[in-house]
Design a binder for this molecule. Structure first.
Ligand code: PLP
Length: 431
């Protein structure tokens, strides 16, 4: 299968090329040249995400170097449970799709692990390791470091702003060592991003270090995310004969986009609703038809603080007219005050402790009409609340239990280097 750029000015490439390039040379994002349509009968023997992924992603990898290892890559990426859990509701059936049982307790583990499994294989036989460079303000860096840690012939360099990530987040960024270099930058997140951009733009350095990225626009993160929507909807449909609808906490629109792709391929998915925080260009676009990206504002659901969601380009590519997009998806913004209230309320009403991101989805669901609620819905839980304990614990009035995988990381020794916010300092540290 070939992938084309949304900007339409770059040649089509195959699967591995799209993963390695990340972004197309014309500045566009790679999308499948056409979407394969699945038949439910093809999945008769598949139930787990690893099994479903191996079948549904096969057409994308067909003819590529990774075709034969796809089942193994899926087993490595989906090595933890992704349960669809029933929760109390006054109306129709309500579920939570828990995406936070991976090593760093957020859904980004899935995409990062898939990409790492692909990159390791693509890089076998090379003399020098591939260097994955990431600037992070939170979840991404930890997931990428965890996914690449210990993988031969790869290394990860993570840059994060000193004093601007939470203590637990910092620990997840710095507990690795070995092939992970954690750099605490004496600056802010924009400094970190600028340094990464400068490194990529420096052709000699880029070549010498064999730089690559693992950011959320990479196709290798989006495709595996489509798998958990496919598996959950497939299993639900088998049990009940009904299509499952999803409410998805959304920032850069990678996770939401993946659900749209799974539905486009023919999986039995009902409605798709995006919940955003006060960064609201997506809901505003669906209301007004005007695409007005803007600077991001800081909210309690910080991993969704995106004022210009990159993956909107992919969604608009699929639904070029706003009228078409309105049929396919809807989106609603949620304020910090509403997030707080939802976390407190659902602790009692539903016995669920939400992270601030997942709380946006619960809030949006509660605002649905009775006829909408009569359908089966799944709220997508993007992170474990223990990652955001400083926000969640005061609202629920008790400590949040830390999942075992996360607790293990928090106990490891710290490996970190402090650097100044200039390219030379980055170069000095990585050489
Ligand atoms: C990254 C992230 C999101 C937003 O996902 P997108 O794919 O950027 O829309 C939501 N919740 C959590 C916990 C995240 O880490």
């Amino acid at each position: 299968m070939k992938f084309r750029s949304t900007a339409g000015k770059a040649p089509e490439v195959e699967f591995c090329e799209a993963l390695l390039q990340g972004i197309a040379p014309d500045g566009g994002l790679y999308v499948p040249a056409q979407f394969p349509r699945v038949e439910m009968a093809d999945f008769a023997d598949a139930a787990t995400p690893a099994q479903v992924g191996a079948i549904m992603l096969a057409p994308f990898a067909r003819g590529s170097e990774l075709e034969s290892s796809l089942p193994e890559i899926c087993r490595e990426a989906f090595s933890f449970p992704i349960p669809l859990k029933r929760i109390p509701s006054d109306s129709g059936p309500l579920y939570v799709l828990e995406l936070f049982h991976g090593p760093t307790a957020a859904f980004k583990d899935v995409g990062a692990r898939f990409l790492a499994a692909c990159f390791e294989r693509l890089n076998r036989g090379e003399e020098r390791p591939l260097t994955i460079l990431v600037a992070t303000s939170g979840d991404t860096g930890g997931a990428v470091a965890a996914a690449f840690h210990g993988r031969p012939n790869t290394r990860v360099v993570v840059l994060f702003p000193r004093g601007l990530v939470s203590a637990r987040q910092e620990k997840q960024l710095c507990c690795w060592g070995d092939n992970v270099l954690s750099l605490r930058v004496n600056g802010n997140f924009d400094d970190c991003q600028r340094m990464v951009k400068q490194a990529f733009a420096d052709t000699a350095l880029n070549k010498a270090l064999r730089l690559s990225s693992a950011n959320s626009i990479n196709l290798g993160r989006l495709l595996p995310q489509a798998v958990y929507y496919a598996a959950a909807s497939l299993n639900y449909w088998r049990e009940t004969g009904q299509a499952l609808s999803f409410v998805i906490p959304t920032g850069n629109l990678g996770n939401g986009q993946a659900c749209v792709w799974a539905k486009t391929m023919g999986f039995p998915i009902g409605k798709i609703v995006f919940a955003t925080n006060e960064n609201r260009p997506i809901p505003d676009y669906l209301d007004s038809g005007d695409w007005l990206p803007r600077a991001s504002v800081a909210t309690l659901a910080s991993a969704m603080d995106v004022g210009n969601p990159s993956n909107m380009e992919r969604l608009r590519d699929l639904f070029p007219a706003v009228e078409l997009m309105r049929v396919a998806v809807s989106a609603y913004p949620v304020s910090d005050e509403e997030i707080r209230a939802q976390i407190s309320r659902d602790e009692k009403a539903r016995g669920e402790t939400w992270c601030p991101h997942t709380a946006t989805a619960a809030h949006v669901y509660d605002g649905f009409s009775d006829s909408d609620k009569a359908q089966p819905w799944a709220l997508v839980a993007t992170a474990h609340p223990a990652k955001f304990e400083t926000i969640v614990e005061p609202l629920v009035g008790h400590p949040v239990e830390i999942p075992e995988a996360l607790a293990r990381l928090l106990d490891l020794p710290t490996h970190v280097r402090d650097i100044e916010p200039v390219l030379e300092a980055l170069v000095g540290a990585v050489k």
